[in-house]
Design a binder for this molecule. Structure first.
Ligand code: KG4
Ligand code: ZN
Length: 335
């Protein structure tokens, strides 16, 4: 079936057309308009600016996505849209537009959970992936360990108790003055530094499979400020390497603990932070050690995009989860 999907939960407006039948997952178009340059000045996403930018972009992107997929609105079988969680004003732009499109062309509409969408990005390069599986979704807004019981039934069994992993990458990058968002820059810098240069606390909590990234972030910020006050030169490379090592080690530790608890045989790692090359290498090693199958989306599908929403919408639609005209957006998780 041909799915037209919309994603506007944060600072990317994305529209995609995908052809999916459950064994074949094919992206026909996946246009992502990033707003990063609009938010860089503020060092983070400004919700009002995000909503306005989505409003300005979404209509044009929709017709671009249809054209580049070589389809007409009439060819579309299902309309899909991220409805939760995310920035409420940003989500409302996508939901409102998708509802209008579905009503105008008389198409069914599916409301997709953004976190499930991240996980579903793994279907594109692992077409035979089938639930049950275990998932880590690590992004700028979330860090969750999920027992995926079926393609539509997700049970969160571990989570961050404060900052998300991506948020911690961004905040450390900000204090180092190396740009926003900082994940990709930190990833590259970490290769040039010594991962044992700075002693940092682990974000893996001892009593559970939860995380706390705020202590780690504060430890790095304190280290940077103290060194600066003393007039000691700091090495961004050593900080990136030590910080990345602490994050990756904690994630691997909790995934290993989760394996003892949930005995999963397939592991999916998704979300913006899944693009981190150090995490990808460590996860591959862990999968070999545990004898589990590892599915990670291609790097280009780790960050927010609408193709991932189309993939999850296929599963929601086939499970009969079809929304009606009362469909709304929610900043918190509802589906
Ligand atoms: O999934 P995403 O695009 O948006 C949210 O749903 O939040 O994730 C964005 C986050 C940002 O915090 C960004 O710094 C982080 O993903 N990120 C990375 C890398 N690429 C993006 N973090 C670590 N290493 C990377 N290579
Ligand atoms: Zn996301």
């Amino acid at each position: 079936m041909l799915i037209l999907a919309f994603e506007s939960s944060c600072d990317e407006t994305s529209v995609a057309v995908a052809e999916i039948d459950g064994t074949k997952y094919e992206i026909r178009s996946n246009i992502v308009a990033s707003q990063i340059t609009m938010h860089t000045l503020y060092g983070g996403v400004v919700p009002e600016i995000a909503s306005r930018a989505h409003t300005e972009a979404i209509s044009k992107l929709t017709y671009e996505a249809l054209e580049s997929a070589n389809v007409t609105p009439e060819d579309i079988d299902v309309v899909a849209v991220t409805s939760n969680p995310g920035l409420i004003g940003a989500l409302l732009v996508g939901v409102g537009f998708a509802k209008g499109f579905a009503a105008m062309y008389n198409k069914p509409i599916v409301a997709v959970n953004h976190i499930k969408g991240h996980t579903a990005a793994a279907y594109y390069n692992n077409c035979d992936l089938k639930a049950p599986f275990f998932a880590l979704v690590a992004s700028g807004g979330h860090t969750s360990l999920i027992d995926v019981k079926s393609p539509t039934e997700y049970v969160t069994v571990g989570r961050t108790r404060d900052d998300a992993a991506g948020e911690a990458f961004d905040k450390v990058a900000r204090v180092l003055g190396i740009g926003y968002p900082g994940g990709a820059v930190m990833d590259a810098l970490a290769y040039k530094g010594d991962k044992n240069a700075i002693k940092l606390p682990s974000p893996a909590l001892a009593d559970s499979i939860d995380f706390s990234f705020s202590g780690l972030k504060t430890a790095v910020i304190n280290y940077v400020n103290t060194q600066r006050q003393k007039g000691v030169e700091i090495s961004n490379e050593d900080i990136a390497a030590s910080f990345t090592n602490a994050v990756v080690k904690a994630i691997i530790k909790n995934l290993e603990k989760a394996h003892e608890l949930y005995s999963y045989d397939t592991l999916v790692i998704a979300g913006g932070v899944a693009a981190n090359s150090h995490l990808r290498t460590a996860a591959a090693e862990l999968a070999r050690k545990l004898g589990v199958r590892l599915c990670i989306p291609e790097k280009s599908l780790c960050g927010d995009n609408a193709a991932m929403i189309a993939a999850q919408a296929y599963h929601d639609f086939t499970a009969g989860k079809i929304a009606d005209s009362s469909l709304n957006a929610f900043s918190y998780q509802v589906t």
